[in-house]
Design a protein around this ligand. Sequence first.
Ligand code: PRP
Ligand code: ZN
Length: 296
Amino acid sequence: MSNEKRLKIAIQKSGRLAEQSLKLLEKSGITLAKSRDQLLCRAENFPLDIFLVRDDDIPAFLATDVCQLGILGQNALLEKQALGNGKFADLRQVLPLGYGKCRLSMAVPHDFPYQSLASLEGKVIATSYRGLLSDYLTANNIKADIVTMEGAVEVAPRTHLADVICDLVSTGSTLISNGLVEKDVILRSEAVLVSNNIADEQIAALAEKVTSRIKSVLLAKNSRYVMLNSPTDSLAAIKAVLPGSQSPAVMPRQGRDDIVAVHAVCEEGVFWDTMEELKANGAKSILVMPIEKMLD
Ligand code: PRP
Ligand code: ZN
């Protein structure tokens, strides 16, 4: 057991993705042995070690093969790839994870006369995303000066460090409280599972297993188990209303030939209007239940 090979995954230690990334691993059946104040956590029940690091550093952990998998924002990965001179070219986005959604946007002070991107010609733009911004400006034929800042980009216009900014926007409240207005969206981003090229077969198999578990967790999270009674003669209409379900199970009810029971896994949200539509088509006793685990 002692020389058993272990997969290494890097996730954000603290910040916008940290909590949910850890939760996702836990839901995938990976139990952590140590407190998360440490850089390295060992999984108790899976040959996996978790590195808790700054998300900016995750691409380097992957590129140097200290870790083989990482969870980070697409923004952070693409920025490293934009700046990296090919150093990060082998890192692959394996699976979008549906959380940590944000966008990288241009934002200007209220009184800035913004008409189009061309209004930024010759201006000074503050950002933590020099790589993505300069690619975007080049692609749009705009020449501007870029001032790189590590954080607190939103204060740059007020302190006359820059005319406008290019920064991450999530809820938009940082922009509002700094008197800035969002303009062009340069990139939409969410958390993503990233892999390097895994040469070792055993490690690759472990990575495949973790990836497939995460896929299952995401699928289960978005899916619902629906049970209802359908009048036999409106079964076709009811099946058509069930969202994202392939071939539901249809079962007879004892002593009734006017109704059947329908059970279906719906791989989409089941909202009130869907339930009302089912009811309008004659469905009765409609139950919608969460699914804990799902493996195809
Ligand atoms: C980002 C961004 C803004 C804020 C936007 O910062 O730089 O400051 O989030 O979020 P909002 O639209 O919900 O207000 P982050 O939290 O990543 O920290 P940092 O700028 O200090 O790196
Ligand atoms: Zn910020």
